[in-house]
Design a protein around this ligand. Structure first.
Ligand code: 5CA
Ligand code: ZN
Length: 414
């Protein structure tokens, strides 16, 4: 798929402060120490509805990862998928009487516009499931060949469905660290089918679904006519585009289990044991006490805010003002505060001379290096802006240096 246009990245003096991220699988902060090319995979959208602030928060968080890695002197190889075929997309298309392909194209276009407006650096590999179907089918066939898959018959398709046999996989549970009871408690709500008769284990994930009448399907020699289950798409696309171990494998915390657990299990099923060095997860953004979700419909859409004339940089500041790992609820006063902050920063950065900015630049770097502490980075900039407007200064290069730093590291263009 085409990605979106990259924002201009201003050069700033070298001085990256490294990067430590919270790793879900160990529960510890871990140094992200890539080679010259840092490998980043982040789970992309299922394009059946427009981008909400929760999606945006997750993609802005991983955008910071990419910016910090670049500031540390790495090239970043960023891959993101698009789940452009899956049950929720088919259900929404049917409900609205439109073709599922048209729905996916429309929503993916809107997502690109939103990401562009928010100055999110695009992935080099932006890969839809439909276009990656041969790659995914190949991984399904390798799983079958490895003996880690089995058939479950059904009455309403011409061939069997295929499931991954978790008993044949090493290290299951390593990403989430959850107990079996914890897993079972959410599996059905997150796309799983624990009660399907014929499965060897309730948690075994669907690998390949034989085509039901009227459903889109693909044909590959050796497989029933059908389409992939959800998790295998990310394993296949990531392994196709990135060498392992992936330095950072990311997404929202709703993907810890089952999605990322199964993604790793799926890799293990074909003998890839060192899938990712760090599994990083962003917290959930909610509205009125509930996780913002397309299925629930309690959404604040990025595009709707933009249509109201809200400056995308203010939207970005709303997201950056919360630590990426915390769960938080959106309220309009957060937007008002972000707009006020943006105005304050703009005013302070428009002066001819100001207090030196080197210390603030270092504070922004140090905050981001420390598990992406964007709120602390914003506070450092606030302090400089306060001082500039209250006391002034004589450093004529300071406003320009700080403006370029905000742009390069935080993605906020004032
Ligand atoms: N296509 C799959 C991943 S392969 C998927 O989860 N799509 S999604 O459209 O539902 O979500 C896209 C990304 O936004 C995922 O990383 C997901 O974890 C994240 N996300 C979804 N809802 C929220 C929310 N309320 N707050 C924060 N992040 C969210
Ligand atoms: Zn995914």
């Amino acid at each position: 798929m085409i990605s979106w246009p990259p924002p201009f990245l201003p050069a700033i003096p070298p001085g990256g402060a490294g990067l430590r991220l919270h790793d879900t699988s160990t529960g510890q902060l871990q140094d992200v120490t890539p080679g010259p090319v840092a490998r980043l995979y982040v789970c992309g959208i299922t394009p059946y509805d427009a981008t909400h602030l929760g999606h945006a928060a997750t993609y802005v968080a991983f955008d910071l990862v990419g910016r910090v890695l670049r500031d540390n002197g790495h090239e970043v190889h960023y891959t993101q998928n698009v789940t452009d075929i899956d049950d929720p997309l088919l259900e929404r298309a049917k409900r609205d009487g439109i073709d599922w392909r048209d729905l996916a194209v429309t929503e993916a276009d809107l997502f690109r516009e939103d990401m562009t407006a928010l100055q999110v650096i695009p992935p080099q590999d932006y890969v839809g499931v439909v276009e990656a179907m041969p790659t995914i089918a190949e991984l399904v066939l390798r799983t079958v060949a490895s003996g880690a898959a089995y058939e479950v018959s059904n009455d309403d398709a011409d061939g069997p469905d295929l499931y991954v046999d978790l008993a044949a996989v090493t290290g299951f549970g390593q990403v989430s660290g959850w107990s079996r009871d914890q897993m079972l408690a959410v599996f059905a709500d997150r796309g799983g089918d624990p009660d399907r008769p014929g499965k060897r284990d309730a948690l075994d994930p669907l690998l390949w679904r034989a085509a039901r009448v009227g459903e889109p399907s693909w044909e590959f020699p050796g497989l029933p006519t059908g389409r992939p289950g959800w998790h295998v798409e990310c394993t296949a696309i990531a392994l196709d585009r990135l060498d392992v171990p992936i330095d950072v494998n990311g997404g929202g915390s709703d993907l810890v289990f089952p999605h990322h657990e199964m993604t790793v299990a799926q890799a293990s099923a074909i003998g890839v044991e060192d899938y990712a060095r760090v599994h990083a997860h962003a917290g959930m953004v909610g509205l009125d006490g509930h996780k913002m979700s397309k299925s629930r419909g309690n959404l604040v859409l990025v595009s709707a805010l933009r249509e109201e004339g809200v400056d995308p940089m203010a939207i970005r500041l709303v997201l950056l003002a919360q630590h990426y790992r915390s769960d938080w609820d959106y309220t309009p006063d957060l937007l008002a505060a972000a707009q006020a902050r943006l105005g304050h920063w703009r005013e302070s950065l428009s002066v001819n001379a100001a207090p030196p900015a080197e210390g603030t630049v270092a504070a922004v770097r140090a905050a981001l290096a420390d598990d992406l502490d964007a709120p602390a980075a914003l506070a450092a900039v606030d302090a400089w802006a306060d001082l500039t407007l209250s006391a002034g200064g004589s450093d004529a290069s300071a406003p320009g240096l700080l403006a370029r730093t905000l742009d390069a590291l935080l993605g906020v263009r004032v």
